[in-house]
Design a protein around this ligand. Structure first.
Ligand SMILES: CC(=O)SCCNC(=O)CCNC(=O)[C@H](O)C(C)(C)COP(=O)(O)OP(=O)(O)OC[C@H]1O[C@@H](n2cnc3c(N)ncnc32)[C@H](O)[C@@H]1OP(=O)(O)O
Ligand SMILES: N[C@@H](CCO)C(=O)O
Length: 369
């Protein structure tokens, strides 16, 4: 059983304003990050982990708000697949996030929260901020970049746009472009937030008012379904009733699955900012590596032929299905980049990358080395 690691919590202010894909510039950018394990004197043992949509830098340390274990404690630690007795692991909260890196809840230069004045950012902008962080930390070359889900998008963007800065790239349960279906689900979530009267055009910070908790909760409920699998839900809940022997003939949470989703939704509002959710889902929707390279995905990886890649998908992931991973592999093949690919069998759907899948541990350990 993995336990929370001693980590070091840092913040770093970027020395220069951050240019964004939109053409705007984000001033005064702060990144909050955690590190695990010792950095070698030659700085050659650094692994950068990118977190998923609602993840954060607390990979293997207790979450300061929820008190829960880090989201990848089973993977990152001494003797674990990403072995912190050998590697120095860095994970930063993405820009746009709400765990200490600059995001919509932070103050703009006029002293008021950005809210919806925060610029629309892209996955590449998130990576650009972290490359600037690496530059300031004096880390030229990484042993590996690793990410699942949205973190996998950042890993692919890193490889495509900053080739030569990482020896190995591990992309798990991800895609090189957000599909129409995925954009559709995100739009449902965003509309739920914006339809909540407590959203107030995004200006809900301060003043003692509460934010759009109902909308954010519904957004999370809808999204959470997409992280699971039909078989997993059936196995876990079936049609079983919640704390009752008979249907209520009302709209209370009769079914366990309803109660579970409501719990997931409410719990989420305790740890996440609704405006961050809008901005991050937008960045994911805009993600299309092929488009960035003029339309052909292989061209995105043209400079990355010396990088070693590993792409992992899960057979029950209908959000980022195996076909999406195969597209990435084909593009890497086209530029003769060394790539290994595996589709793992796991019952948990998209969130399999966060859960107990021993085969995933073995692949990660084998690839990271
Ligand atoms: C890469 C990243 O950084 S992503 C960030 C990852 N973290 C999250 O997404 C946090 C929220 N998501 C989850 O908890 C995800 O389901 C996972 C994948 C991380 C964890 O999955 P599992 O360990 O299988 O937990 P599960 O999905 O069963 O949820 C357990 C919770 O549901 C609650 N629950 C289970 N059944 C019911 C029910 N019938 N009614 C109400 N609540 C219920 C449990 O009490 C537990 O609550 P708690 O988390 O407040 O302790
Ligand atoms: N469940 C994870 C994965 C979503 O892609 C999250 O909330 O970030």
């Amino acid at each position: 059983m993995a336990t929370a690691l001693a980590s070091q919590l840092n913040t770093l202010d970027l020395a220069s304003p951050l240019p964004l894909d939109s053409g705007k510039v984000l001033p005064n950018v702060r990144l909050a990050y955690e590190t695990y394990g010792e950095m070698a004197a030659d700085r050659g043992n650094v692994i950068l982990i990118f977190h998923a949509l609602t993840g954060d830098q607390f990979v293997a340390a207790t979450h300061p708000i929820t008190g829960k274990p880090g989201w990848w404690e089973r993977m990152v630690g001494p003797g674990l697949p990403i072995d912190t007795s050998r590697y120095h692991v860095i994970c930063a909260n993405i820009i746009g996030g709400c765990m200490g890196s600059t995001g919509p809840a932070d103050l703009a230069e006029d002293g008021a929260p950005y809210a919806m004045r925060f610029p629309v950012i892209t996955i590449r902008d998130m990576v650009r901020a972290q490359v600037a962080m690496l530059d300031q930390l004096g880390i030229d070359r990484l042993h590996a970049v690793v990410g699942g889900s949205m973190g996998g998008m950042l890993a692919l963007s890193f490889a495509a746009n900053w080739p030569g800065r990482a020896d190995r790239v591990l992309a798990i349960a991800t895609t090189a472009r957000h599909s129409a279906q995925n954009i559709a689900f995100h739009e449902v979530g965003r509309q739920a937030i914006m339809a909540d009267p407590d959203w107030r055009g995004g200006d809900y910070y301060g003043g003692g008012g509460k934010g759009p908790e109902k909308g954010l909760s519904v957004a999370r409920m809808a999204a959470h379904i997409t992280y699971l699998s039909e078989a997993g839900l059936t196995e876990k809940f079936g049609r079983r009733l919640q704390d009752r022997d008979a249907k209520s003939f009302g709209f209370d949470a009769d079914f366990q699955v309803e109660s579970y989703l409501r719990h997931q939704g409410i719990a989420f509002t305790n740890r996440f900012d609704a405006n961050s959710y809008l901005y991050i889902t937008r960045a994911m929707d805009y993600f299309d590596l092929a488009e960035e390279a003029g339309g052909r995905l292989a061209d995105a990886f043209a400079g990355a032929s010396a990088t070693r890649f590993c792409v992992i998908s899960f057979d029950t992931d209908w959000l980022y299905p195996t076909a999406e991973s195969r597209n990435i592999v084909h593009a890497l093949n086209a530029v003769a980049a060394p790539v290994s690919f595996v589709e793992l069998s796991a019952p948990f759907g998209h969130d399999s990358f966060l859960l107990d899948v021993p085969a995933l541990d073995r692949v990660v350990k084998g690839f990271v080395g």
